[in-house]
Design a protein around this ligand. Structure first.
Ligand SMILES: [Zn+2]
Length: 538
């Protein structure tokens, strides 16, 4: 056991205003002890046993936090059927058939990542197609955007969903126009009708999956996550899993655990407040949904989607209900994180926050809009005015840019508008939305800086006026992320007294060409004062 860790001969980007650059970092226990020049810090090693690491001039940054992901869903994805590689309907069905053949008889088949966006026009996902390849197993396939499921007849039967099942508020059970029978497509809140019937994995299975997901996160330089929970089930037990793992000292990541709306009443009753906890696990915001997605054209719009003159998307929650939830939560000390994609949804969420701010209660709560994908120009300055954090996922911009052009057209100039928001002085916090997209923060930083895909498409970037600098992008994954969960005094920069979470990168992303950010690797991750990933000798 060492008394301390000393990182020498590096290019340390502290993200700490008064001392932005340094050479060396000294760590004692789980905290940063000192930051400065090699010569200043070397003297510390005269007392006790020190682990001294020569960084050979490599760049050191505060470790990253992913401000929006669904960690258990990400972890369990590894144990379910992946359909992401299948670009055709035939390929998707063949993959399901193959998987079913090796599955236990009658066991639930969970799949992930199908998308009809590449299927030829006219092909539709029907339950009968799945019945053809999986007549006996209940099959539930989540669409790539996470807001639609495609199920077979056996799954509907086990869940008790039929032509008489009423539509739940905020959800859609797609039905055959002639027979009234469910087609096998369930959207938004209607997904629960089937997903809640799937037996949830046991604690052992969940925690094993979480452990390997934590190891993956550490390899990517992530030591903090804002876990938005599993949207497929209200029976998400991650909060207790994390506590058990902390008890065994094997969590390996700091968690800000958002609460689902279904738990709001209980949370108020027991007096839980956002921020309660310690440096490992904190009670997060209450997660609410105000609309659907761009990919499914269920985002709530001020004006209709291009080419769909009657479609202004879906309000997943009535305004009155949204305002009530924000007010009640706020009065109890719970901040809210509200999913909003369309410009109308974003406006409504800001309206709700404005009402709460005007009521004078809940001062200082770190309210957030999750995604904030499309904004009307009039709403851009309201984030700063209302002190609402924009929690965004840069990879969505480069993944969705062509769909955005198709359905939003001209309006896309204020889509994923992080530059416009930052220029007003708003707080930004970035994440990945994993498992929807890759968890890798360097992929996100690259997207934020270039607004280009990995292959450089489109040339010059998509609406490049919204690009961030590398420093601004890094801020959103470090100090901005800490601010978004009220932990900026304790983490987010390399500052004496803060937690010792840092990353060492193979290349200096502040100096290299932006396209080379994607080739940069995380050489080492320090979490809580220990090197948890990478070579001890760099
Ligand atoms: Zn999400």
């Amino acid at each position: 056991m060492f008394d301390g860790l000393l990182l020498l001969n590096g290019k340390v980007y502290t993200m700490d205003g008064p001392l932005p650059r340094a050479q060396a970092v000294a760590v004692s226990g789980s905290r940063i002890l000192a930051v400065g020049a090699d010569d200043e810090l070397r003297g510390l090693t005269t007392h006790g046993q020190w682990q001294v690491v020569d960084l050979h001039g490599r760049a050191v940054l505060p470790a990253f936090t992913d401000c929006h992901l669904h960690f258990l869903a990400y972890a369990l994805k590894a144990t379910s059927l992946s359909l992401e590689e299948q670009l055709t309907l035939e390929g998707t069905l063949a993959r399901v058939q193959e998987y079913v053949q090796s599955a236990e008889l009658g066991a639930w088949i969970r799949g992930w990542g199908w998308s009809d966006s590449t299927w030829p026009p006219g092909s539709v996902a029907w339950r009968q197609l799945l019945d053809g390849v999986a007549p006996e197993h209940p099959v539930v396939l989540t669409k790539k955007d996470g807001h639609v499921i495609w199920v077979n007849s056996e799954a509907l039967r086990r869940a008790g969903v039929d032509e008489d099942t009423p539509e739940p508020p905020g959800g859609v059970i797609e039905r055959d126009s002639e027979t009234g029978q469910p087609t096998g497509i369930l959207k938004e809140e209607a997904m629960h009708l089937v997903c809640d019937a799937i037996p949830s994995p046991g604690a052992k299975e969940r925690q094993a999956a979480l452990r390997s997901a934590v190891a993956e996160a550490q390899e990517l330089g992530i030591t903090g996550i804002h876990d938005c929970g599993s949207w497929q089930s209200v029976h998400d037990q991650s909060f207790s899993d994390y506590q058990e793992m902390i008890g065994r000292d094997d969590l390996g990541v700091r968690v800000f655990m958002l609460l689902s709306r279904a738990n709001l009443d209980e949370a108020i009753k027991v007096g839980l407040r956002s921020g309660f906890g310690d440096s490992y696990l904190r009670v997060g915001n209450v997660k609410l949904f105000s609309d659907g997605t761009l990919g499914s054209q269920t985002a709530e719009m001020i004006e209709p989607f291009l080419g769909q003159p009657d479609n202004r998307g879906v309000a997943a929650i009535a305004q009155q209900e949204l305002e009530d939830a924000v007010l009640r939560a706020g009065a109890a000390g719970l901040a809210c994180s509200v999913h909003a994609i369309g410009d109308k949804a974003n406006r409504r969420v800001l309206d709700a926050f404005e009402k709460q701010r005007r009521s004078g209660s809940g001062r200082g709560l770190r309210h957030r809009v999750e995604h904030a994908q499309l904004l009307d120009a009039a709403d851009v300055p309201r984030f700063k005015e209302l002190d609402v954090i924009a929690s965004m996922q840069p990879i969505h911009a480069t993944q969705d840019m062509y769909i955005a052009d198709k359905y939003w057209g001209e309006r896309s100039k204020l889509a994923y508008a992080w530059r416009a928001l930052l220029d007003t002085g708003a707080h930004l916090a970035f994440g990945s939305d994993a498992p929807v997209e890759s968890m890798d923060p360097l992929v996100g930083i690259h997207a934020a800086v270039t607004r280009q895909r990995a292959d450089g498409d489109p040339e010059g970037g998509w609406h490049p006026e919204q690009c961030l600098s590398v420093g601004e992008a890094v801020h959103t994954y470090t100090l901005g992320a800490a601010y978004a969960c009220g932990s900026e005094a304790d983490r987010g920069s390399i500052t004496p007294g803060k937690v010792a979470d840092v990353v060492v990168l193979s290349d200096d992303i502040f100096e290299i060409q932006p396209e080379d950010i994607l080739r940069t690797r995380v050489m080492a991750t320090v979490f809580d004062g220990n090197i948890v990933h990478g070579e001890k000798d760099l």
